[in-house]
Design a protein around this ligand. Structure first.
Ligand code: URA
Length: 481
């Protein structure tokens, strides 16, 4: 018997493998060569062939199937053949599920574990940025390069978390797109790479490609094929609907309420608070950030979209500490990217303080809020939450070892020095953190935003700028110490 060559599609690889493997097994085919990529469509149809000879009976538990299918999301090109070989030997009773003395079984179990780690990494490290799209609806995009082909396995998580907005995650091979509550996948244009410092223009180009299917399809179809041929095309019927749906999507987005954690999730979160402390990650800032992605030290992680960990160089001379992420930061995953961040950025620039050279973080790493209608209203973290999160702040500080810390607001000050009262009288002074690092005290930029009197706001912005200038001066003065 010839060894069949099975082509699997890039999108939907695992279900296609499952279907093909079932067909091969039924026909008693001992082995196959598997390849991901384009092929004539009929090559996917292996499973339709009639079974020849004895059909081995194979009943696998749901866990075993899940484990094999998880391992199929590994990047190893041998995984399909290995998994099929294992299926055959399971069917023939030559090996029992879970028998780790079997090298193929062991490999499948190991690879499933690696894939689960890659999925977790994707959940923790995808960083969305808001794209100022057309039609006023909110849309978010991210670029991510997974170590393994896990996009389809990892992205339903984001659909749950970001259920009330449009988003897309581009990866080198597959783009996951979530529009109006529907998750779908498309091939990423070959050669696409979005650098970390991608320009607004580049993001807008991708935004237009991803979120505007109506316009795109019309453009693409008119360029590929004159309108007169459209009547024969099944997809042409979709075009008016797609165009209309762009508006409908806007209304859906506007009507959507913020997602709230279920009482069950919150209850589970509360019980987990009492659990043992996690081990201290040993592999630098990246390890710390990855570990924080799974933090359950206080209940705030449950309703939040993601952990918002510190960003900046590991050898930063200055560490800037705020209170907690706000609504925008909860979505972007980066501290100080919302309105308070804008005040900070403007005044820091005017004061000659380079934010990019600083390590920017918060005393509390998850957004605390109460939903009100469509909005999520910021809630101040309580002493227990600040204390639970100090574990991370202390570890960040130990790793960065900054020469100076800028504490913005009472929560940061409390976490760093043990006392948060009297911020206005302590402002502009240098205190010391519990480990002896100097701490420059200033107000939080949202304090300035909340001042009702515009004249007062202006005066406070000027004082804030002066504080930042003092910090920039202190850094320069201590540069050679
Ligand atoms: N306020 C903060 O304290 N931190 C942020 O990251 C955003 C707003």
């Amino acid at each position: 018997m010839d060894v069949p060559l099975i082509f699997l599609p890039v999108i939907g690889t695992v279900p296609a493998w499952r279907k093909a493997a079932r067909g091969l097994l039924a026909r008693g085919v001992p082995e196959a060569v598997w390849q991901v990529g384009d092929a004539p469509a009929d090559l996917f149809a292996t499973e339709t062939a009639e079974p020849a000879g004895k059909v081995p009976a194979l009943t696998l538990s749901r866990d075993a199937i899940a484990e094999i299918e998880t391992a199929l999301c590994h990047a190893d090109p041998e995984r399909f053949a290995r998994a099929y070989g294992l299926l055959r030997r399971l069917a023939d009773g030559l090996v029992r599920w879970g028998d780790r003395s079997d090298p193929a079984m062991l490999k499948v179990l190991h690879q499933a574990k690696t894939v689960r780690r890659a999925i977790h990494k994707m959940h923790a490290f995808v960083r969305f940025r808001e794209v100022s799209g057309e039609g006023g609806r909110r849309a978010f995009m991210a670029w991510f390069e997974p170590d393994h082909p896990v996009v389809e396995a990892a992205t339903p998580f984001f659909a749950k978390r970001f259920g009330d907005m449009d988003w897309a995650i581009l990866t080198p091979q597959i783009t996951a797109r979530f529009v109006s509550g529907v998750l779908d996948y498309q091939l990423t244009a070959p050669g696409t790479v979005i650098p970390d410092d991608a320009t607004e223009g580049l993001w807008r180009t991708y935004y237009a490609n991803i979120f505007n299917p109506a316009r795109l399809m019309v453009d693409a179809m008119t360029s590929e094929m004159p309108r007169k041929y459209w009547k024969n095309l099944p997809e042409a019927e979709l075009i008016p609907g797609l165009i209309r749906s762009a508006n409908a999507r806007t209304s859906v987005m506007q009507a959507a309420a913020p997602t709230e954690a279920s009482p069950r999730l919150l209850a589970r979160a509360k019980t987990m608070v009492a659990e043992a402390l996690p081990e201290v990650p040993t592999d630098g800032l990246a390890g710390l950030r990855a570990a924080a992605g799974g933090c359950t030290r206080c209940p705030l992680y449950a309703p939040a979209t993601q952990v918002v960990f510190g960003v900046g160089p590991e050898d930063a001379a200055l560490m800037i500490v705020g209170e907690q992420p706000g609504d925008t930061e909860d979505l972007t995953g980066v501290p100080f990217t919302g309105p308070a961040g804008q005040v900070f950025d403007t005044e820091a620039q005017a004061a000659g303080l380079d934010r990019g050279a600083a390590y920017v973080t918060n005393a509390v790493k998850h957004f605390k809020f109460t939903p009100r209608g469509k909005r999520r209203i910021h809630q101040r973290p309580d002493a227990g939450e600040v204390s639970a999160c100090r574990w991370w702040l202390d570890l960040e500080r130990e790793l960065i070892r900054p020469r100076l810390i800028l504490a913005m607001g009472a929560t940061a000050l409390a976490s760093l020095t043990g006392k948060g009262e009297g911020i206005l009288s302590r402002r502009g002074k240098v205190e010391v953190a519990t480990d002896g690092t100097p701490v420059f005290v200033t107000v939080h930029p949202s304090y300035i935003l909340r001042l009702p009197d515009p004249a007062l706001q202006m005066a406070e912005r000027a004082r804030f700028r002066d504080d930042l200038r003092t910090v920039a001066d202190m850094l320069r003065e201590t540069a050679n110490d």
